[in-house]
Design a protein. Sequence first.
Length: 129
Amino acid sequence: MDSYDVGLKIRTKVLGEAHVQKSLADVDDFNHDLQQIVTGFAWGQIWSRPGLSLRDRSLINLAMLTALNRAPEIKLHVKGALTNGVSVDEIKAVLLHATAYCGIPAGLDAFKAAHEVLVKEGKVPAAKS
């Protein structure tokens, strides 16, 4: 199996078939190469490497995405973290840890993005107005 096929399998397992199929359905001549790189390299060569579990990779991703202040990707990877067995308390702990090193604004954005997904997935109650 080549790295693209391995990556497609892992990407689907972590992010869900609906998300991956939508990403692939949106492929055109302009972004085709990017999707090949994302799936083959990031998912096929990096996520498949020995040494870290998918669960650990999810925790690391949440911290790095907080540092980069990438709310849409945080949302995606919170859902993936849940799929990989990460608990709500562990998500909160990694986001708090990242907040200490990345700054309050990044932490606020990460918590907001994560909370939105956790509410949608029924893992935490919606905020009281």
